[in-house]
Ligand binder design. Structure first.
Ligand code: SF4
Length: 164
């Protein structure tokens, strides 16, 4: 059974085929410049105020808040895939909630100097439960969902696999 992570949640909302590929540990090409830039931004931005913590199988970025509340931060290269990013952060909030920690989320887009606050609502929680079940169902299939050309394919680490 696949171990659901925030990354899988993020991919689910972009391309379910990626969920299948990642669940099989077929990792995308590491020299993909998009991945490299994303990694660099994530490492360098907000360095002073963030702290990475491991909660079971997930790694969460905790940000300091002036009011002393727990804030989970997620740094992204662009806000183009905002729904994916929002659901990923809500997944972290849901996991923390299950441990008795009530937190807020904030999405950070340093290149765009943008910041979006995210709250875990009952509706999102319900949607996430269905998403988690679907991710598990996809990962258990013998074959991946068919490839569908989307804008993201151009930057995807699996593009050689899907479209070569
Ligand atoms: S190349 Fe396109 S279809 Fe293939 S996994 Fe990536 S996003 Fe999905």
């Amino acid at each position: 059974m696949v171990s659901v992570t925030g990354t899988l949640i993020w991919y689910y909302y972009i391309c379910p085929r990626e969920v299948w590929l990642m669940s099989r540990h077929l990792n995308p090409s590491q020299d993909d410049p998009f991945i490299e830039i994303g990694r660099l931004i994530s490492k360098e931005a907000y360095q002073r105020e963030r702290k990475e913590v491991r909660v079971e199988n997930i790694v969460i970025d905790l940000l300091k808040s002036s009011e002393g509340e727990v804030v989970v931060g997620e740094v992204k290269k662009s806000s183009k895939y905002e729904k994916s990013a929002k659901m990923q952060i809500c997944y972290y909030l849901m996991r923390l909630k299950a441990l008795g920690i009530l937190a807020k989320g904030v999405l950070l887009f340093p290149k765009e100097k943008k910041r979006i606050e995210v709250d875990l609502t009952p509706e999102i929680e319900e949607e996430l439960k269905n998403t988690i079940a679907d991710i598990k169902a996809i990962s258990e299939k013998e074959t991946p969902p068919p490839a569908k050309k989307i804008k993201f394919c151009a930057k995807c680490g699996y593009k050689e696999f899907c479209w070569a």
